[in-house]
Design a protein around this ligand. Sequence first.
Ligand code: C2E
Ligand code: MG
Ligand code: MG
Length: 665
Amino acid sequence: MKHTLADVVDIDLHKQPHRPQLAELQTLYRMEGEAGRRAATRQGLWVAVAVYLLFFAIDILLVPDVAFYTILARLVIGISALLCFEILYRIKARTKWLDGTCAAALVFGYIGWLVPAMTTADSASMSYYMIFGAIFMMGANLFFSFRFRLSVVASGIVLTTFFVALSFFSEHDPAYLIAFGTFYVSCFIFTSYVNWKLNRERYKVFLNAFEAKIQQNEASERGMALLRLSNTDPLTGLDNRRAIDQQLRDYWNDWQKLGKSFAAMLIDVDFFKKYNDCYGHQEGDRCLVLVANALGEAIKDYNGSIGRYGGEEFIVLARLDTLEQAAELAEVICRTVENMRLVHEQRRDGVSIVTVSVGAAFTRNQTGAKLEKIIHEADRALYAAKASGRNCAKLFDPNDPQSSDESENIAALLKIAVDQNLVSLVYQPIRNVMTGEVEAVEALMRLTMLDGTSVPPSLFIPVAERTGAILDLGRWAIKTVCHELLVDNHIPLVSVNVSPIQLKTPGFATSVAAILGETGVAGSRLAFEITEGLEMEMHSGILRCISDLETLGIRIWLDDFGTGFAGLSWLRLIDFDTVKVDRSFLHDCSTPKGRAMLQDIIGLVRNRGHKILIEGVETDEQLALMRRFRIDQVQGFHVGRPAPAETFRTPPDKPRIPLRNGARS
Ligand code: C2E
Ligand code: MG
Ligand code: MG
C-alpha cells in the first residue's frame, strides 16, 4: 500500500542532484567547449590567413629579391590550411583536429615564410622583419583558443625556429641578438602564461555555468514534482479534486468554444461507511485503491480522465459524442466494480459485494449555463441512483421533478422558508382502535411557494435532505409542535418525522433537549418517527443519538415499516415504542395473500413487544379489519385527515373527536 504522496507519484523530494567526478567534468568541459569553439576557430583561421596573405606587400618592400618565393609560400600554406580546415570542419572532425590544423598552419606559415625570406640579400631589412615571428607566437597563445599544451608546443616551435634562424645572423652585433632573443623569450613566456590563465578562467566559467545548470534543473524538477504532488490524491494516486477541477475547466472551455461535448460522472461507493466500520480503515483504503485502479482501466477506452473527488467519491470526465455513449460508460463503470466482487457483507440491502452508484450528466445547450451546472446535474443524477437502490447508473434527466429547475427553486425557497412563514405544520390524528380516542397526532410539514401554491412533501423533503435544509426545518418543526400543541396540553403526544440526516448530525439530541428546556415540555410528550429507508445506514452515531433521545424520554417510532431492507435488523437493534406498518400492506389486504402477509407482519411486531400502528386506513372495512386484528392504533384519511393545530385545540371539557367520518378536515 502506498502511504505518502511522494510514494504515489514516485519521486524523492530529498534526492540530491548528480554531481560528476573530476574526469567526467573535464570530458564534459571539453565537449561543451568544443561545440562553442568550432565556429570561432574557423572564423579566426580565415582572418589569420587573410592577414598572412596581405603581408605579401611587406615582403615586396623589405625582401623584394625573394618576395616571389615568400609570396608563393604564403599562398600555398594559406590555401592548404583553409582547405584542410574546411574539409575537417565539414566532416565534423573533432575540435582538437581543427585546433591542430590551425596550430600547424601557424607553424608552417612561419617556417614557410622564414626559410625563403632568410635567403634574401637584404639581411639588414630581414633582421628587422624577423620581429614578425612574434606575431605567430602570439597567434598560437592568444589569437586562437588553443588548450595550454597545444599552444605551448606551437609557440615553442616558433620560438625554436626563431633561435635557429638567429644563429644565421651570428655576424650581427650581440646587442641585437640579446634584445631580439630576450624579446622572443619574454613574448613566449608572457603569452603562454596568459593562455594558461585564460584556459583556467574558461574552465571556472564552465564550472559555474555547469553548477547553475544543475541547480536550475534541480529546481525545475522539484517544481514539477511538487506540481504533481499538489495535483495527486495520496491514497489512490489519481488526480485530486484540484487537478480534476482544472481539467473540468478545460473540458468546459472546449465545449463552449469548440462545441466538444463531454460527460461528467460522479461515482460513489455504496455503503462505504459501513465497509469502513466493519473491515477497518486500512481495508477501506485498500478497497478505494482497488476500485480506483479498476475504474482507471475501465475508462481508458473512452478517452476519459478520472479523479478522486473526496471520501468515497470519484469523478470521471470523458469526451463523448452522444448521450447514449455517456449512458454506456456509466453502466460500464457500475459493472466494472460489481464484477470485482469485493466482499461487503455488512450492507443492509441484500447485496454482499462492493458496488457503486453513478450519476452522469452530459453537456446540453443551456443559455447562461455555468461550469458548475454539469457537476450539479451529475450530483442530482447520483442522488437519483442512490434513491433507486444503488448499484446503478442514472443519467441526469431534466424532466425528472427531483432534477428539474423546480427542485432548484425549492432548494432556494427552503432557505427562506422559516423566516418568510412559508412552512407550516398540519396534524393527523392517531387513534386508539378500540376506544376511538385520539391518543396522538403526527406532525406533517407543509410548504407553500411565494405565490401560495403548495409543494408536496414528497418533493420538498428530499430536496431539504439533499441540501441540508432539513436540519433547520426539523428543529423548527419540533419547536413549533411544542408551542402549538404541547405547551398548553391540547394533545397528549405528538409524533414528529425525523430524517436520518438529522440523526446523523452531531448535537441533534442536545438541540432537542434545549427546545424541551426552553418550552418546558416533557420529552415523553414527543415521539420521533424514523423512516426505514435506504439512506439510513446503521451508523454508530445514529444509535448513540437515538439512545440520547430516549434518555430525554422521547419515544422512538419506526415509520413505514416493511418498505425498506433494514427493518428487521433495526427491530433487533432499537427498542421502538411503536412500529407503524406501511399503508401498502393494508391496501393489499383485499387478497388472501396480502391479508396473510399483514397478519404475519403484525405477529412479528407484536411478538417483539412493540405497539402496532397501521397507516392508511381509508375505509370502514379496513377499520373493522384492524379491530379484528386487535391493532393498537390506526391512522388514515378515514379516521382523520391532516389538519391545522387549531382543530386540536379543544377545551378539555369538550367531547373528544368522534371516531367517524366527521373527523375529516
Ligand atoms: P409519513 O411520515 O409516512 O406520513 C404519512 C403520509 O401519509 C402523509 O403524507 C399523510 O398525509 C399520508 N396519509 C395519511 N393517511 C393517509 C391515507 O389514508 N391514505 C393515503 N394515501 N395517504 C395518507 P404527506 O403529508 O404527504 O407526507 C409524506 C411524507 O413526507 C411523510 O410520510 C414523511 O415521510 C415526510 N414528511 C412529512 N413531514 C415531515 C417532516 O416534518 N419531517 C420529515 N423529515 N419528513 C416529513
Ligand atoms: Mg410519519
Ligand atoms: Mg408513514
